[in-house]
Design a protein around this ligand. Structure first.
Ligand code: G6P
Length: 362
């Protein structure tokens, strides 16, 4: 019940290191030999359903955006995502062919809870992806899938996000199977990659040391752009959020292809770009986006398994077979980098100023 730091400097650090284990727990009984299974739900969940709508806040919102790529790509179900505080007051059009999904670590966030109440009132089927059993949201939703991350103490969410993303990836495959929208070979390839996630999340000491060393230089940034494409776009949002939350440095996450429509005007050597360059997702596209930033003298730190001659700093990740595995490895890098910058700045990593672990009032 009472979480201890177990020799780590901060709960956040401990929770980053725990990700490999909690993600394994989160797969038990769900990731089977040849298929995905959730005891909490069955195929009737998709009866009469034509689309998925997801509402969440903060880091959980980033897991939601990530999953929207997977629900469309793998399950072939239309999916849209909204920040819960926006959803509440827009007079949303809710139709019963929509599966309403909320994602929340605590299950208590006021805006997300209210969104769920609205969906229930409109008669929609609802599902919550949550880390806390018997929370307000799990009591209200028709279906609950628990993320099994264990208690998360750090205000900056880490293992809650990785377990949410794994649950959502598994769920997109479960839906794909029900809908018959995935061929057996692709399904098996996805399952094989899923099995590799815990290994990918093990923190290599070399990688941690590299982030620690780079933090010295990067704490002087005046502004940061985290850029990525596809699921690496919500990952970029998450990287920027982590840095903002605990380092109080100005950071924005951006879809790499959108930089040319405005933000590139800010490029100069004081602007630090953290570029997520996975080998298995749109590598050439992001490469040319980064080249444009480099040509405008932005300072570039690339996170990639492939050498990139234009980068000022380079965090080399492993060669992995699936883009989602690269996603998880890069997630760890982003978490470590923001934590090390925050430590170097002398901030309280676990209790950042102005923030609360769970926002239960509007
Ligand atoms: C707060 C926390 C964030 C969290 C967000 C949503 O702002 O500081 O870390 O992502 O709430 O919380 P939830 O419990 O709904 O996932």
């Amino acid at each position: 019940q009472f979480a201890q730091k177990d020799g780590f400097r901060f709960f956040m650090e401990k929770e980053i290191y725990e990700q490999s284990d909690v993600v394994s727990d989160c797969m038990i009984g769900r990731l089977k030999d040849k298929e995905i299974n959730f005891d909490e739900i069955d195929s009737s969940i998709l009866e009469g359903i034509k689309e998925i709508k997801i509402c969440a806040c903060g880091t959980s919102f980033h897991a939601a955006i990530t999953s929207s790529y997977l629900f469309e790509r793998l399950s072939k179900i239309k999916c849209n995502v909204e920040v819960a505080s926006e959803f509440r007051y827009k007079d949303p059009l809710l139709t019963k062919d929509t599966l309403f999904v909320v994602i929340s670590q605590s299950g208590e966030t006021a805006d997300t809870l209210e969104a769920l109440k609205m969906a229930k009132k409109a008669g929609l089927k609802s599902l919550v992806i949550c880390n806390v059993n018997n929370s307000s949201m799990t009591r209200l939703a028709d279906y609950t899938i628990l993320t099994r991350a264990g208690i998360e103490k750090g205000v900056a969410s880490t293992k809650a996000f990785s377990t949410q993303t794994v649950v959502l990836w598994m769920l997109s495959l479960y839906f794909a199977k029900i809908k018959g929208s995935i061929d057996e070979q692709t399904l098996q390839k996805e399952l094989k990659a899923l099995r590799e996630v815990p290994k990918t999340l093990i923190v290599e000491s070399k990688l941690h040391e590299k982030c620690r060393r780079l933090s010295k230089r990067y704490l002087h940034g005046h502004g940061f752009f985290f850029i990525g494409r596809d699921v690496f776009y919500p990952l970029a949002l998450e990287g920027a959020l982590k840095l903002k939350e605990i380092s109080y440095l100005h950071a924005e996450g951006y879809p790499a292809g959108e930089m040319k429509h405005g933000p590139i005007a800010l490029a100069d050597p004081e602007l630090f770009t953290i570029a997520l360059m996975p080998e298995n997702m749109l590598y050439d596209k992001i490469k040319s986006n980064v080249e444009e930033l480099s040509a405008r003298d932005s300072t570039i730190c690339t996170i990639s398994p492939l050498d990139f001659e234009l980068s000022d700093d380079f965090i080399k990740t492993q060669k992995l077979e699936h883009y989602m595995l690269e996603f998880f490895e890069m997630l760890v890098v982003l978490q470590l980098l923001s934590m090390e910058i925050s430590i170097r700045l002398g901030n309280d990593v676990d209790m950042p100023r102005n923030l609360a672990k769970s926002v239960t009032v509007e």
